[in-house]
Design a protein around this ligand. Structure first.
Ligand SMILES: C[S@@+](CC[C@H](N)C(=O)[O-])C[C@H]1O[C@@H](n2cnc3c(N)ncnc32)[C@H](O)[C@@H]1O
Length: 223
């Protein structure tokens, strides 16, 4: 069928791009589960966000490359196993294979009881950094997709308002399109400093980009 042939071609082109992608090769060599690790690495290296001793929350963590990166950053020698100076709490709707030292909570971040589980795991502490790479499954209906994407980012910002330290930071994946302007305004109303970053590892043809908010304008209730 015509459609099938076309999609086979697209799949082949994607596979070709994927296999030849330098970040895919690097991820394999360095033991990361996904090339996405290099997006967070570049953001972190640009802004110096992740430091030993921190509490970091990873929203939309599966398959786990960001958690692996965080884990290495919080370990004294940058090791993937062994001593860990800090706490990483990861959360995703999908299961995630264990990463030594990372606490994983399964669940939908939109559900109040999942948020409660996360709050329970934080034991009254505030996070130094919240990272969100959450992205919903897209339906192809632009307005509906934009609303679902925005909703997840809004929830991450709300979470940050209540659970970040006053000088804490939120990294969130957003997409250029109708929701981008309002989300940037939300970030600017919430954080003292807002930086948009498109890391090199984020494919040029993807409308994905990241907003980083640093330092809450009004701190939420103290723990
Ligand atoms: C691009 S992937 C994250 C990749 C991850 N940062 C890594 O480095 O491996 C996006 C993730 O967001 C998760 N996600 C989407 N909606 C979610 C929700 N409502 N609650 C929790 N996780 C969600 C998806 O299940 C998916 O695993």
């Amino acid at each position: 069928m015509k459609v099938k042939t076309k999609s086979k071609k697209v799949n082949r082109a994607w596979l070709n791009d994927h296999v030849n992608d330098p970040y895919v090769k690097l991820a394999t060599r360095e033991g990361y589960r996904a090339r996405a690790a290099y997006k967070l690495k570049e953001i972190d290296e640009t802004l110096g966000l992740i430091k030993p001793g921190q509490l970091v929350v990873d929203l939309g963590s599966t398959p786990g490359a960001w958690s692996q990166y965080l884990r290495r950053r919080l370990s004294p020698g940058g090791a993937a196993i062994g001593a860990l100076n800090g706490t990483i709490i990861a959360l995703d709707i999908l299961p995630m294979a264990p990463i030594e030292g990372v606490v994983f909570l399964p669940g939908d971040f939109r559900e109040p009881e999942v948020l409660q589980k996360l709050e329970h795991e934080m034991q009254g502490r505030k996070a130094d950094v919240v990272v969100s790479d959450m992205a919903p499954n897209l339906s192809g209906i632009e307005s509906a997709d934009a609303a679902r994407i925005s909703h997840l980012v809004e929830l991450a910002v709300e979470f940050g308002q209540h659970h970040l330290k006053p000088e804490g930071a939120l990294v969130a994946k957003v997409f250029h399109g109708s929701g981008y302007g309002p989300l940037t305004r939300l970030f600017k109303g919430t954080f003292k400093v807002v930086k948009p970053i498109k890391p090199k590892a984020s494919r040029d043809k993807s409308s994905e980009t990241f907003l980083v908010g640093i330092g809450l304008r009004r701190s939420g209730p103290q723990a």
